[in-house]
Design a binder for this molecule. Structure first.
Ligand SMILES: [Zn+2]
Length: 201
């Protein structure tokens, strides 16, 4: 991470206004119950995105303030160096969770600093209820199934509205949602990321 701190292509988004950080792999509150980042992040983590993704996040911050003054984003993960992706892969490769983790040989958009895992807080009650937490691999976490779960009464109107608000501000700022994780957004289509950007090892 030291090189990244000096690299002008990467921006520490933990300094942005209305962006709170809850880096879930820098602790044990994650689906692997393992601190994957360890000492490279320290007690006050810096959280990086490529500058092309960071400028979109700033746009999203401004849009959110217009719609919901005082609300903040909550960032669960952003740039994830490939060395961390390998640790994650080693943990899951022989388990059913394997399908949720990108093979480091190919790389995840997170490894480029071009993806972010993000939720919302309303400034009063804390994290907004999205029906599941970050990194829930239950089908109910999948945006493509949320209308079905709404009809079944397993997601509430409020939970779906919270997800729609997050998607609205993120997509208006230029991010792309994915169909199976409500918290994950790419800054560009994946093939474009792989063509134009480089993996952070
Ligand atoms: Zn993600």
């Amino acid at each position: 991470m030291r090189q990244i701190e000096k690299d002008p292509d990467f921006v520490d988004i933990s300094t942005f206004p209305h962006v709170l950080i809850d880096l879930r792999y820098a602790g044990i509150n994650n689906f692997m119950k393992t601190d994957l980042y360890g000492p490279i992040y320290g007690s006050k983590p810096k959280v990086f995105l490529h500058k092309d993704a960071a400028s979109k996040l700033l746009k999203a911050v401004n849009l959110l303030q217009k719609i919901k003054p005082g609300w903040s984003f909550l960032v669960f993960d952003a740039l994830r160096p490939r060395s961390v992706q390998w640790k994650m892969w080693e943990k899951v490769k022989d388990t059913p969770q394997r399908k949720y983790v990108a093979n480091p040989a190919i790389g995840s958009p997170h490894n480029y600093g071009m993806a972010i895992d993000i939720g919302l807080t309303d400034g009063q009650h804390g994290e907004l209820d999205m029906g599941t937490g970050f990194d829930s691999f239950a089908p109910i976490a999948e945006p493509r199934l949320e209308q079905k779960f709404l009809k079944m009464g397993k997601l509430t109107r409020r939970q779906v509205a919270n997800r729609l608000l997050l998607r609205k501000v993120m997509t208006q700022a230029g991010f792309l949602p994915i169909s199976h994780e409500w918290w994950h957004f790419n800054a560009l289509p994946e093939p474009e990321i792989r063509k134009k950007y480089r993996i952070v090892e």
